[in-house]
Design a binder for this molecule. Sequence first.
Ligand code: ADP
Ligand code: ZN
Ligand code: ZN
Length: 724
Amino acid sequence: MPSTVRIALNRPLRRLFDYLAPEGLALKPGQRVRVPFGYQQAVGLVVETDIEPPAGITLKPVQSAVENWPALPDETFQLLSWASDYYQHPLGECLFTALPAALRRGRSATEKSEDWWQAFGSSAVLPANAHKQKTLMDWIAQHKQGVKSSDIIKAGFTRPQLKALRDKELVRAITPAKESTQSHRCDETIGGPELSAAQTEAASKLPLPTSGFSASLLYGITGSGKTEIYLHYLKQNLSARDQALVLVPEINLTPQTVARFQRYFGERILVWHSALNDSERLHAWLKIRNGEPVILIGTRSAVLLPFTALKTLIVDEEHDSSYKQGEGFRYSGRDVAVYRAHLNRCPVILGSATPSLESYHNALAGKYQLIRLEERAGEAKPPAVSLLDIRSRPLEGGLSRPALQAIQQTLDDGNQALVFVNRRGFAPVMMCFDCGHMVECPRCDTRLTYHRRDRAMRCHHCDYQAPATETCPKCKSEAFKPVGQGTEQTEDILAASFPDTPVVRVDRDSTQRKGSIQSILKQVNSGKPCILVGTQMLAKGHDFPNVTLVIVINADGGLFSVDFRAPEQLVQTLLQVSGRAGRGAKSGKVVVQTCHSDHPLLKSLCHGRYLDMADQLLEERESGQLPPFRAMAIFRAEADTMEQSLQVLDRIKPLANAPGVETWGPLPALIARRADRHRAQLIVNTDNRRRLNKLLTGICQTLEQEKFPKSTKWMIDVDPQETG
Ligand code: ADP
Ligand code: ZN
Ligand code: ZN
């Protein structure tokens, strides 16, 4: 009698599929199989074996196993099953998230062995006109251990050039030096500074990798040397056989961090982020799955990888909202990391200068250990923060006279300044001063942003773009002008006011090209006077020792937002940006321009004590019955019309009617129309997480059976970051 197995497919379906397991084929949970599905073949993952076969149905047999070992080892499998339930996302899609694209499609879990090349002899024997071959020969000769052909192509050479050298026997194919665990020995690498007394004390409170599950919240002010603590901790405590995971919000913005880890751990460092190609992904995945003792530095999805010897998790900048996936499987990388540590019985360290209210609340409740580090490392002192009321001051490119003077002073002293603007582009809107017309996105309920560099009007909410016009499109008036501030405009004003100083813009537009952030950082790290102007991107973890002045163009955006998280995010961003000042031996100064200098939140910013502000914000959350005091989820719907969206949510509302559960809505979303889809939402808020989970499971099952108009889509977001 063949046994029955339950299989998950990579489909957005809240159900699993049963198949017969052919005799002689021993299957384990987490293993990849090929199964018939409709008229096609699909790759599936075994969820359960030896189940009771459903009565009265003839099952099809599994065709074959892709390999005889589980692609998802036990702990990873359990983690994803838990996450599927917690975030109410179909199990199949959750499990498949942990596989690189090639493996999802059923490709074999092996790497194509690559040809490696080494140089022999000298390029001097080449004819004088064979410039390209000469360059290639010299380039290969620089790599004493040999070099992969894919790297040769990446460096801009061609296969015919390589072949020409091979035919002349100037290069030979070699077997590469095996990347064995031997090369992971870290004693050949160099370290950084000794920990200070305060750092040593904080580090001593971190539980050892062998001491079972624990969660620690390392609250260390900006520049206090948290990264240095992670490095020392891993160096001292991680055994040579163990794996560790360091989650970071965005790797590309902070190549310095990876470089610092590499300095300590050399080859043992592996990176994981969205810019890897398919084969790089497979390479990293296999190392992790094979239990090689890597220290992985990765973004959000790295937490789902199939580690088999994971002994420490670190979540750097744990407050960062990019840990939460915004679409599809909407998990929080930080929270999944905590659960993973729990499953795996090892420590997790959450680090931040501005901890999320969730984590801080957990620390106050005794679930996490709170470790404080309230002095800066080395000689650096915390920056002095002051508010500058701009209510009746003339502004140029958003900058007041005192702000411009402060920049001048900073440059005169030979230092660097950083100007923080909330919006990229030239100006948030173009307005006609005759008829009042403002150009809106034809597909969204938003206005278009004016980008002067490429003379375009762009929507920041969809991909709509149109050429900018000189006159009002409605009344043809010439009094058609930009209103408000964007990075480009501030950059122009700064360039005009300080003609002898380089002005460097850092935003999504200026960093799109590969390597551009590196060249920007190089310029800043040269230490020569310059002015950095940019968005949020500048707030993230950078270490600029010569920046001594930070100007915040306008702090008021988050003060009066409808989103309950806005004040928290405002404070975090302002403190993180401020934290870029005075990180070296020179002291720093922060000037925050505002129209609300008497606002209590901004006033407490000047004292710079984040936890005091967090206490204040938590009080507001508690009295508003909001997370982290309550558990929240949002149902979102989108459709071709608003009626259809609201209809779906009207159907859900009564289903959520239960004791201890509040629902708010359904209401149109803040941007009700986006890319021509009409969006609405229903918030579910309760005092009990377990109850919320049960309720949502029931609702999702009901909804799955319903027939809604074809264009409507509904989704569920548990622990939403955005509630607008
Ligand atoms: P954080 O991660 O808390 O922002 P970093 O670890 O990046 O802080 O440290 C900030 C700066 O201080 C870095 O330039 C780092 O090299 C330096 N630093 C950290 N610890 C020490 C130390 N013990 N002695 C001297 N300099 C240090
Ligand atoms: Zn007009
Ligand atoms: Zn749009």
